[in-house]
Ligand binder design. Sequence first.
Ligand code: UDX
Length: 458
Amino acid sequence: MAYEKTLQVLMVSMPLQGHINPMLNLAKRLISNGVHVTIATTEDARHRMKQNLQNTEVQFEFFSDGLALDFDRSNTEALVNSLKLQGSKNFSTLLTNLTKVHNYSCVIINPFVPFAIDVIADHGIPCALLWIQASALYSIYYRYYNNIDYFPNLEDPNDKVHLPSLPVLDVRDLPSLMLPSSPRHFYNLLNDLFKSIDKVKTVLGTSFYEIEEDIVKSMFFITPIYPIGPLVSPFLLGEKETNNFKLDILSAEDSCIEWLDNKTPSSVIYVSFGSITVLSQKQMNNFASALMNSKKSFLWVIRSHGSNNSNSPDLPLEFLEETKGRGLVVKWSPQEKVLMHPAIACFISHCGWNSTIETLVTGVPVICYPDWTDQRTNAVLIENMFQNGVNLRCDEDRVASTEEIERCIRGVMEGPSALKIKKRAIEIKESARKSLQEGGTSHQNLDKFINDLKATNI
Ligand code: UDX
């Protein structure tokens, strides 16, 4: 009842790092525009979130995904199927209860909870989508699942794909979730979303217009996407954080910032492959050798480091000894603070979209080692369209050699190629910030969304 006069929005996300971060960043923007935000996610995250999210202005609500709390959710097939069958019912019950006390103008989902679309429609509430990847990916998936442009049969990774406003892509550079080699439940997840996309009233994007102008334009008369990004935390924009809440799946080792404080400007290579990717032993050895040979300082995030998990690769024994002083390995970094630090020269990244936009907004050049989902397409965008980084060339088994990694390190840190990439990274950083300022494209799109909410016209 206390919320009656306030504009209210519910957001729904899986509690994965790369999914929840953009939702939280949108929540922060909405809250600073006077909107009351509730975030609904699955019950298994309740404990983690309670620890992390005290004193926030967001209200959190939980529903069961239908699996026992101690079920191993790395079994993604069981998780996706259970969410669709049982999680949707539990979400429906939660939404019924929430609407007894809240008057939601809209429910904002992200792409990986398509089961929520029909539930939201059944409750008579408008649904919006926060597309948490590049607009290019929205365009590719939409065209593919709605049979709009010509795609080859996708069996041959070397086949070429010609799509509007995109560089020619090899099949292997398409988002992996739509490829025949991907598990069927991932294919179905996106298929469910794009088959129901007409029920979504507005699609917001975490990207920004200036870096994907042609793509955004090419979608305008098909199914428009309104970029409101780069959707990063206010901290990365040098703004004061009034709602300084985060949900980190692991505790960040803040001590690495003091370590960076003692390094000279633009001297340190930051290495991180996000919250999911695990390197093969061979690939880890090659990165270690290349970092050792480069003689440069580095900060490397290895989530499983020292975990005694037999599935995790080990660092070569001599590596830590030989790089003592100039290298630091942590299990989880405060990545935003790291990328904002003047000591950082470049980022060896898996090109998850959050990491990518964090580099765009901080002007940090990228060396791409993409793994799956949107990452290979992002790497093509980085090298060919944004031109703020280089893509590591890999063999058939997706292994980049030591020499290739060393070549790319030199390419982004030394000589004319490094200057060119850095210049481009700074240009993008400036245009990213402009798009978020009053009158900028992203600012206008968010304003429009909030005004539509007020007019219950999303
Ligand atoms: C997943 C997918 O893998 C990715 O391709 C998709 O675009 C989003 O969902 P993830 O692999 O975790 O995401 O990568 P990314 O999108 O880069 O998100 C990771 C987030 O964790 C970033 O916001 C990054 O700042 C943060 N992070 C990462 C840390 O705070 N500390 C770390 O040590 C590593």
